[in-house]
Design a protein around this ligand. Sequence first.
Ligand code: HEM
Length: 280
Amino acid sequence: MHKCEPLYIERFSVFQRLTHLLVIVSFLTLAVTGMALKFAMEDWAQWIAFMTGGFTVLGALHRFFAIVTFFYFFLTMILLYTKWKESGKSLLGFIFDAEGLVPNLNDLKEMIATFKWFFGGPRPYYGHWTYWEKFDFMAVFWGIAVIGSSGLALWFPEIFSKFLPGWGLNIATIIHSDEALLASGFIFTIHFYNTHLRPDKFPLDPVIFVGSITVDELKHERPREYDQLMASGDLDKLTQCRAPEAWLKRLSTVFGIFVVVTGSMLVVSIIISMVKHIHF
Ligand code: HEM
């Protein structure tokens, strides 16, 4: 007998949602300001500089949101540490948990099953995290290590040149600039498509802002997690009748669409600028 219809289950805690909000705001601003600096000769970059108060302001904004990035990286570490302590597992047991965020052999199987699904096979038996969600999570770790460390070298060249040769700073610029291009290209196309633009979700999946999904969605999208919760008897304890607040859903939709549109426009501008300079 159901308590009510539809039933909701939490997917992201308030802490996780706020951390992701910091990721969105900082990454989008870093990408817009960084790309305007990289493509400074293009009309669109000069328009961004004009609207924000000039290229010096873009550099200052870029540095401010770099600090926000290091801050959310630190918050994520606290979150992971808390989850590890709550789990009661050993460190390696927690990191390589079958349902954790580190990819394993089952993800490879699900990836192959997903490609078969595209050609008419059955929908794969996904669990709490799909292989592309795990990839996104790991990519942020990698991205912050590479973009963050090279960015610090650009920010504090005097300190870095104490142990790096001069050409090391030129390499840091190339690494920073090209890894940033790769990260922006990936987030504003593949990540946006996987989370919001695919037919199941279009135009936006608000779950990262509102936090919960319906049990029917869970059953359809993550059948392995649903079956595990049914088998352990936890599903009943974790579900609730309270729907996400209507104002939060509306605000999330407007904000989310603004971010998706801004990121997409940035990618299109970058592609046009790069193609324009190819000499055939
Ligand atoms: C997270 C820590 C980061 C730090 C410490 C950092 C730092 C810097 C600094 C100091 C500069 C030189 C800015 C200037 O000339 O005024 C720069 C340039 C740039 N940044 Fe970042 N940044 C970070 C993250 C990012 C991210 C996430 C992106 C984009 C996704 C990005 C994209 C760029 C680009 C495209 C440039 C211009 C590079 C060029 O001139 O070719 N940065 N960054």
